[in-house]
Design a protein around this ligand. Structure first.
Ligand code: 1VU
Ligand code: MG
Length: 356
C-alpha cells in the first residue's frame, strides 16, 4: 500500500537521487520505437534526434528471444555514442517483470547509462506492486551506478487487471511519469475479438431504426445508416482520469496499420481530444502524424488568445462570436495556450505558425 505522505518522496536506497515532486512537462508528442538490435534502425537514431520528442529503444515484444542481448547492448552503445541534445529524450521499454531478461535489462542499463535514460517503460503492469518493485530496484541501481537524477517510470496499460488497478498504478510512486494504452495486448487479455493493433473496428457500430415500409410496418430489409463506435473510449477516458488525478501524463499507444496514415491520425486525434499528450510511433511516417495531431492547431491557439485578451484575469462572462466564454472555457483555453507555449519553445516552426 501507499507509503505515508511524509516519506513518499524519500529515496528508496541510500545514495539514490531524491525523487521528483513534480513530473517535468517535457514535449512528448511521439514515443518513437526502434529495435536497437536492428542495424538499419539503429543507424537512423542520430538523424531522429531533434525530430522525435522521445526515442525509445525497445527490448520487449517485437524483439525475438535470441536478439534480447543484442538489443540491450545495442541500446547501451547508442546511449553512450549519441548526443540527444536538449529536446529529445531517451527511453527504453524493458522486458516484462515475469521474463528471464528484465533483471539484466535494469542492471545493465541503469548502472551503465542511467544518466542518459530519462524514462523506463514497464510493460504489462498489473498493479501498484509492480511499480513498487521497480521503484526499489531502480533506487538500488541508481545508488550503485552513481546516477544523478531519478529515472522516471512509464507503465503500459495492457491487462485487464492493470486496467482495474489503473488509479493505484498512477499513484504508486513519485517516479510515475505516465501511462500508455496498449490496445493489442489489452484486447487479447480481455478476450476481445479484434485481431489488429489499435484503431477502430467496422463491426463495432450502432444502426438506425428501420424506416416504415408501404404497409406501415418496419422495413427490415431497407438501407439503414450505421455509425461506427469507438472501441477504446472507456479505456482511454479512464486512463486519462487516473493520470490527471495523479499529475502524470496519458498516452495513446501503437497504431499497427502503418500505411493507413488517415485512420492513424484519427485515432491519435481522438486521444488528443480526450486528454492524451502523445502516442507511439512505430515507423518514421508516424512521427509526423503525431507531431501534427499533438500540437494544438493555429486556430485553437488564436481562439485561446482572444479569450485570454477578453478576460485577462479569467473571471466573469463575455460573448465572443456569439458564444458565452467564462471561467471554465478560459481554463480550457489556458490548457491549449500553455501546451502551445511549451511546444513552441523547442520548435521555431511551431512558434512561427502560432504567431500568424
Ligand atoms: O530505408 P532503409 O531500408 O534503410 O530503412 C527502412 C527501415 O529499416 C526504417 N524503419 C525504421 N527506422 C527507425 N525506426 C523505426 N521504427 C523504423 N521502421 C522502419 O525505415 C526504412 C523504411 O522502412 P519500411 O517502410 O520498409 O518498413 P519495414 O518493412 O522495414 O518495417 C516495418 C516495421 C513495422 C516492421 C518496422 O517499422 C518496425 O519494426 N517498427 C517497430 C515495431 C515495434 O517496435 N513494435 C513494438 C511496439 S508495438 C507493441 O508493442 C504492441 C503491438
Ligand atoms: Mg504489449
Amino acid at each position: 500500500h501507499m507509503r505515508s505522505a511524509k516519506d513518499f518522496f524519500a529515496p528508496l536506497a541510500v545514495g539514490a537521487p531524491t525523487p521528483v515532486t513534480e513530473v517535468p512537462a517535457r514535449p512528448s508528442r511521439m514515443i518513437h520505437f526502434f529495435d536497437p538490435s536492428n542495424p538499419k534502425m539503429a543507424a537512423k537514431v542520430p538523424d531522429m534526434v531533434g525530430v522525435s520528442d522521445v526515442l525509445l529503444g525497445n527490448l520487449e515484444d517485437a524483439v525475438v528471444a535470441d536478439k534480447k542481448e543484442a538489443a540491450r547492448e545495442g541500446l547501451v552503445t547508442i546511449a553512450k555514442e549519441t548526443d540527444f541534445g536538449e529536446h529529445t529524450q531517451l527511453w527504453t521499454r524493458i522486458n516484462s517483470l515475469d521474463s528471464p531478461w528484465v533483471l539484466d535489462d535494469l542492471t545493465r542499463l541503469v548502472t551503465e547509462v542511467g544518466d542518459t535514460l530519462d524514462v523506463i517503460m514497464v510493460p504489462k503492469v498489473q498493479g501498484p506492486e509492480d511499480i513498487h518493485y521497480i521503484d526499489r530496484i531502480l533506487a538500488q541501481l541508481e545508488a550503485k551506478g552513481g546516477v544523478q537524477r531519478p529515472i522516471l517510470v512509464h507503465a503500459i496499460l495492457e491487462t485487464a487487471r492493470g486496467m482495474a488497478n489503473v488509479e493505484e498504478i498512477a499513484g504508486a510512486s513519485p517516479r510515475m511519469q505516465g501511462i500508455s494504452l496498449g490496445p493489442a495486448d489489452l484486447a487479447a487479455d480481455r478476450r476481445m475479438k479484434t485481431t489488429r493493433v489499435g484503431g477502430g473496428h467496422p463491426g463495432y457500430l450502432v444502426r438506425q431504426d428501420p424506416a416504415k415500409g408501404a404497409d406501415g410496418a418496419p422495413d427490415y430489409q431497407g438501407e439503414r445508416p450505421v455509425f461506427q463506435q469507438d472501441l477504446w473510449h472507456y479505456t482511454i477516458a479512464r486512463m486519462v482520469d487516473a493520470c490527471a488525478m495523479h499529475g502524470i501524463f496519458p498516452f495513446y499507444g501503437p497504431f499497427g496499420d502503418i500505411k493507413d496514415t488517415v485512420a492513424c491520425e484519427d485515432q491519435f486525434r481522438n486521444a488528443f481530444l480526450l486528454g492524451c499528450v502523445g502516442a507511439w510511433s512505430l515507423h518514421p511516417v508516424q512521427i509526423e502524424i503525431a507531431k501534427k495531431v499533438f500540437s494544438p492547431s493555429a486556430e485553437d491557439v488564436a481562439h485561446a488568445r482572444r479569450v485570454k485578451e477578453a478576460m485577462p484575469d479569467g473571471r466573469g462572462a463575455v460573448m465572443i462570436d456569439g458564444k458565452m466564454e467564462d471561467d471554465a472555457s478560459w481554463k480550457q483555453c489556458m490548457v491549449v495556450l500553455e501546451l502551445a507555449e511549451r511546444l513552441s519553445a523547442n520548435d521555431p516552426e511551431l512558434a512561427k505558425m502560432y504567431e500568424e
